[in-house]
Design a protein around this ligand. Structure first.
Ligand code: MLT
Length: 205
């Protein structure tokens, strides 16, 4: 088998009707962080969980940060394509259906899931974005018709600027996606309301 470009964890699915999930951890996390949450929310889903390959003083991320909330669009674009290429190769290697693949990303992981949708929409069927912010403003919107996206935000988040979740939701809606924006009385950390919103989103139709 060809070697895959990201260190990652793969958990085979046991329930064919549960969608495969792409798990994307936050800054300082790793490929194990979101596995228990994913198993609770979507039992039996296959889980593909890469480890961020950028180090911020030892804290793993999926793209670099110049300062809090400041990014280099060229680097973000390059990292997004690299991750999309990994996803393409991994879905083949593990026989996952890319048309059913849902990203579950937290913080920096939510942000790269958002840039995947904007730059390489063919890699995902949808996404659960936990505490996302606006990282890229693409000149041209992709066609996100038939993509389902949940944005789960904290009203008192000290990292995500206040207007970003609604701006990102509007961007996805303009691109044709079906978007739910859930805002919780919370900061950057997750609260029970996030779980409720995620469960409803991931529940079989
Ligand atoms: C980011 O850099 O992607 C965001 O600031 C979220 C974070 O990682 O803290």
């Amino acid at each position: 088998m060809p070697s895959l470009s990201y260190h990652h964890r793969f958990v085979p699915g046991t329930n064919p009707s549960a969608p495969p999930l792409l798990l994307l951890h936050g800054t300082g996390g790793d490929e194990n962080d979101l596995v228990p949450l994913a198993q609770k929310l979507s039992p039996g889903s296959a889980l593909l969980s890469p480890r961020g390959d950028v180090s911020e003083q030892g804290a793993r991320r999926f793209f670099a940060r110049l300062a809090e909330g400041k990014f280099d669009p060229v680097e973000v674009t390059r990292r997004t394509h690299a991750l999309a290429d990994f996803i393409g190769a991994a879905t083949q290697q593990y026989a996952l259906d890319p048309t059913r693949l849902i990203a579950l990303g937290f913080s920096n992981g939510a942000n790269i899931a958002a840039t995947l949708l904007l730059l390489r929409p063919e890699t995902l069927a949808g996404a659960v974005l936990l505490r996302p912010m606006v990282v890229l403003a693409p000149g041209q919107l992709p066609d996100l018709a038939r993509k389902r996206i949940l944005l789960s935000s904290g009203a008192n988040d000290s990292i995500v600027p206040n207007d970003h979740p609604a701006r990102l939701a509007d961007c996805f809606r303009s691109a044709g996606a079906t978007v739910t924006l859930a805002t919780h009385e919370a900061g950057h950390g997750l609260v029970p309301g996030d779980l409720t919103a995620m469960s409803a989103f991931l529940a079989p139709a």
